[in-house]
Design a protein around this ligand. Sequence first.
Ligand code: NAD
Ligand code: MG
Length: 389
Amino acid sequence: MKNVAILGSTGSIGKTALAFIEKHPNDFKVVAMTAGDNIELLEAQIQQFNPEFVSTRSENALSQLRQNLAHQMSRKIDFDFGTRGAETVGAFPKADIVLSAIVGAAGLRPTIAAAKAGKTIALANKESLVVAGAFVTQTAKENGATILPVDSEHSAIFQCMLNSQPDDIERLILTASGGPFFLQPELDLSSITKEQALKHPNWSMGEKITIDSATMMNKGLEAIEACWLFDMPSKKVGVVVHPQSIIHSMVEYIDGSVIAQLGVPDMTGPIAYALAYPKRLPKAIERLNFSKLKTLTFFEADHHRFPSVNLALHAFNHGPTFPAVLNGSNEVTVRAFLDGKIQFTDIAAINEAVLFKYSSQSASCLEDFIEADQWGRHQAEHSVRHKEK
Ligand code: NAD
Ligand code: MG
């Protein structure tokens, strides 16, 4: 039996994880969870999974939750809110494994709390590695924490690398669906609506990552994530567009052999793999039906229409705090697009302009990364206001 703490229980990853845990009551017990402001869902999750500790993003949400639960719970639950509460979930003493599934840089501090507490971290929150990969991986190392990838591409690479020698690896090949617009080269991307961009062809995910997939920034963030998770230089990380999302990623070896991991596009697969590791639990996902599948296709990434992959790699190669600037800017521009304030193509344009305005800063502590993230946000907010006028 593993005790699980969940950061971001009401999100797409959090809900998928809980649905999996529900089917395996003898393997997992939820001991702590945190979420944003979806109090109704959190309340239902508390009643079903009976955790010992619960945290919400805001104090308001917490007081509403406590009010709602006042006469319902038979057992005492401890509560908190904000960053402190999320950090308590990350470092929860009874937890054997922490699922890090808050969206965005808000996941950074609780993930670090888990690393400091020496936890096994099932990491979905790629932004924490993008913002402060050096700090997160070093903290994990110093405290004996293990990071297991939940992102499907990285879970695939992890599985393709089992029992391999680092020197035998030529490169990691991340597959990308290309998002909803890749196969429509004639489409004018500046006129894309929020509804169009939120229709991902293969995966059902939270809003932010769905927009990141449409701009292909998601693949840029994942390239950085792969460099940190697998200790690879960026020149050894490539991207290939594979619209069916059946091959989740690949590892090419120096002898020319390529190992790929396949499965239906269902996040239950990588979540189950990370939670149960090193075991595998039966029937986590639907089986692949090869006779129905018939064809798998591959395309080169189109860096002209989708400049975000190169932008992310540029940031990664330019200095330790550049990715934090890019990520901060991207969180602001994605939000602004979802709020109807800027066009789809403004997302990458503003991110690029913000990144090119930044000059290198040293990074000796966590605050340096957070300062870079804030700088990126402020610059992007300024540009969004300018566009709105
Ligand atoms: P989501 O928006 O559906 O859910 C985010 C969760 O975080 C929600 O529970 C929300 O309430 C919570 N949250 C947000 N801010 C918070 C805060 N300040 N304090 C506490 N809780 C907070 O997002 P998602 O799609 O589940 O993605 C989560 C993470 O996993 C992201 O980093 C994403 O890139 C990564 N990821 C997601 C998928 C997917 O299929 N959804 C796949 C791969 C990786
Ligand atoms: Mg992914």
